[in-house]
Write a protein that binds this ligand. Sequence first.
Ligand SMILES: C[S@@+](CC[C@H](N)C(=O)[O-])C[C@H]1O[C@@H](n2cnc3c(N)ncnc32)[C@H](O)[C@@H]1O
Length: 291
Amino acid sequence: MNYRHHYHAGNYADVFKHALLLSLIGGMQRKEKGFLYLDTHAGRGGYDLTTSGVLPDGRERAPEWPAGIGRLWEAAQLPAELAPLLQASKAFNLRKTGDDAEIRVYPGSPWVARCALRPQDRAVLCELREDDAEALDFEIGGQPGVKVCAMDGYTGLKAFLPPPEKRALVLIDPPFESATEFADIVDAMAAAQRRFPSGTYAIWYPITERARCDNFIAALASAQAAPPMLCAELQIASEASQVRMKGCGLLVLNPPWRIDEEFRAILPPLAALLKQDAGGAARVSWPVPER
Ligand SMILES: C[S@@+](CC[C@H](N)C(=O)[O-])C[C@H]1O[C@@H](n2cnc3c(N)ncnc32)[C@H](O)[C@@H]1O
């Protein structure tokens, strides 16, 4: 496992994912009853942006966060839909550095989610790398209602679902290092659907090859008894661009009611802010419509 999120923390994909995650949590919280937030690939919980451009061998490269969360910090007038993520990012800087005037750190999904959870909600956070799980435990582990597990996230789906609350929001955010990751998710979703069909599952994916994404979406949509499935995508560069990952998406199985309307409000200003060329765009669709 070579992937280290540290080098990508706060990039456009994190901003997209975390802005939609906060919207999904808000959607889950329209009901008073508590729910489980299960983060299958949780990461370290927080990242030092001042070193994210330095590779392990000491070489330097351009950090990714200035074209992501950096643009939200710098926006003269940030659209209201993006304010919750900026607030979470500022709160994390204040907590870690005692200052929120300048951006130096960026929170991971567990911390972003934890900020929004209520006392009746719970978080289970799985991370396979021992060192990252330890860092995550240090960052957030001692908090009430939070459990950090150094384990495989796909095993976590079997271990923690269905939850006693009978309500869950699951974030699946793998590194896509493995050639079988898309297929692994399709298999994991088939098993998770059997164990806990009413759960809300949010799956992040990179857009490097359009056909591979379309096949992935089609495989999930054509599964037996596929639940309603919402797809949000952000493209930051045109097909002709040299950028390898031209965009990313979030598939949401069993999305909270009318969350598509919120996604449609969040994504256009996000695309306008994060685009790297004229090909920047966003779209929301229903590969499996609500019945
Ligand atoms: C994209 S990063 C997660 C970022 C995090 N969700 C966030 O938004 O801040 C993927 C993480 O998954 C971890 N990982 C890789 N394979 C895993 C597995 N099978 N189970 C759990 N974690 C895994 C990696 O070590 C890495 O920290």
